[in-house]
Design a protein around this ligand. Structure first.
Ligand code: TYD
Ligand code: MG
Length: 456
């Protein structure tokens, strides 16, 4: 009889160890290393499939130039926003991982997409978390076409694969990968070895059969994918559905995509009729109060392939603490501290004894440096209690020596601002448009001091 193997694996990052230890040396997490037993069945099956896959017919070696460039045939998911994030639609044989907090709307979004896809070809929805009745009730309430979608409540991967082999769907959704288990592995569902093995089996099946595999994944409190990081290596596309519980807007962002650009942003709204696409996100994030208050301004961020107008707010207040607070919601805290230091040294404005709170309106998360200038302008506006013009947009990166650095796609950003009725823009000098833009008065600036002089 084959001996079963024992391994010690970190539940967070998937690192392997020969013996147990309290802290994972790879990711520094405590108490995450657990013992797992790799069943003999799994190793035997692994060996067999490896033999079947590779022996006999070795793939031929060719020069890159000789390979036919057939266009990857894609098909739409029914949601233009989702298709854009995926790089232009679903690619047969690809594996997509969609992550998000509980309640973000992953199941709703996929159910809606799949009900519409099922009309044009077979689609299989595997639910491991909800009962068939719950899924059917939701589809009914959302008024989705329910007569074609195939539904299966199953958590056993081999059963799912054999069902898929029988029904031959174009798209297979597995909700969620954390509750799946495989016969050969004895550890609990959701543990590293289970998730890894189940995902590997499913992606292998997707590659062989050409089905589009969509895996739903849960995320932990800090926003990273629960379970092993190794999952991200197996799949072709990793997208994250994000949004505050109290905001109805959800953003979809890809962090890895083998078939398109990353950091494309798709915007959805959770309504009582399910997820709705937001076609013109700038208009929504800009839903502003009639009379503007000090401390708010509008910036143009660049998301994937399009500009987005977002409002940024700052509140500066006398601090009662020895160590004043710096709180940033929607962008990086350290960047806020750094920019305030630049403001002091190169703008001559001291906020060392003030609490500074900054917020990006609408729950958008800005990862771009083009928000720097708008943030500082909002801070100064709040500090001096001076209202900024409603029709002003500001963008630009701020360097450590107080210089205003150019950002990519300046022309397109200004075009978007003009389209939404803005009349004045303060931008880095190198981003000045070659031709004047209709109705927009653009001011190019080189140093932080120039900006403060122009505005305050
Ligand atoms: P769900 O898709 O179940 O989230 P996930 O699968 O990511 O955990 O979405 C659940 C949330 O969405 C739930 O809190 C209720 C809300 N919701 C609506 O507001 N409207 C709707 O039409 C639906 C179906 C859900
Ligand atoms: Mg769900």
């Amino acid at each position: 009889m084959a001996k079963s193997k024992i391994a010690f694996v970190c539940n967070d990052c998937g690192a392997d160890y020969g013996k147990w230890q309290g802290q994972c040396t790879e990711c520094s997490a405590w108490n995450t290393v657990t013992e797992i037993r790799l069943g003999p069945a799994a190793t035997a099956r692994g060996r067999r499939s490896a033999r079947e896959g590779y022996a006999g017919s070795r793939a031929e070696i060719r020069v890159l130039k000789d390979i036919d460039l057939v266009q990857v045939p894609r098909f739409g998911s029914g949601f233009a926003e989702l298709d854009r994030v995926l790089g232009g639609g679903l690619v047969p044989g690809s594996a997509i991982l969609i992550g998000g907090h509980p309640g973000a709307g992953k199941s709703t979004l996929l159910l809606q997409a799949l009900c519409h896809l099922a009309v044009g070809g077979a689609a299989l929805y595997v639910t491991g978390e909800e009962s068939p009745q719950q899924v059917a009730m939701r589809a009914d309430r959302l008024g989705l076409p329910v007569d074609k979608l195939q539904l299966m409540a199953e958590t056993e991967v081999d059963a799912i694969i054999s069902a898929a082999e029988e029904k031959r769907p174009r798209v297979l959704v597995v909700d969620s990968i954390q509750v799946m288990h495989s016969e050969g592995i004895t550890s609990a569902p959701g543990s590293v070895s289970q998730v890894r093995d189940c995902a590997a089996q499913l992606t292998r099946y997707a590659k062989q059969s050409g089905v589009v595999l969509i895996l739903v994944g849960h995320v932990t409190k800090d926003g990273s994918l629960a379970g092993p990081k190794v999952l991200e290596h197996m799949i072709d596309c990793s997208i994250l559905l994000e949004g505050d519980q109290d905001s109805r807007f959800r953003t979809l962002r890809s962090s890895k995509n083998r078939f398109g650009a990353v950091n494309e942003l798709g915007v959805f709204a959770m309504t009582d009729r399910g997820m709705r696409e937001v076609k013109n996100p700038s208009a929504i994030f800009l839903d502003r109060a009639e009379d503007p208050a000090p401390g708010t301004t509008v910036m143009v961020v660049w998301e994937g392939t399009r500009p987005l107008l977002v409002e940024i707010q700052a509140l500066v207040d006398d601090s009662s603490l020895g160590n004043p607070r710096r709180v940033a919601v929607g962008f990086e805290q350290n960047r806020l501290a750094m920019l305030l230091a630049v403001l002091h040294r190169h703008g001559g404005i001291m906020v060392g004894d003030q609490d500074v709170f900054a917020n990006v309106v609408g729950g958008v998360r800005v990862t771009e440096t083009s928000a720097d200038l708008a943030l500082l302008v909002a801070v100064v506006s709040s500090l001096k209690n001076r209202v900024l013009a409603r029709d002003l947009v500001v963008f630009g990166e701020v360097g450590l020596s107080g210089e205003i650095r150019p950002v990519p796609s300046g022309q397109e950003r200004l075009g978007e601002a003009a389209k939404h009725g803005f009349r004045r823009a303060i931008v880095p000098r190198a981003n000045m448009p070659k031709q004047p833009i209709d109705g927009l008065d653009v001011v190019g600036v080189g140093r932080l001091a120039d900006v403060l002089q122009a505005l305050f």
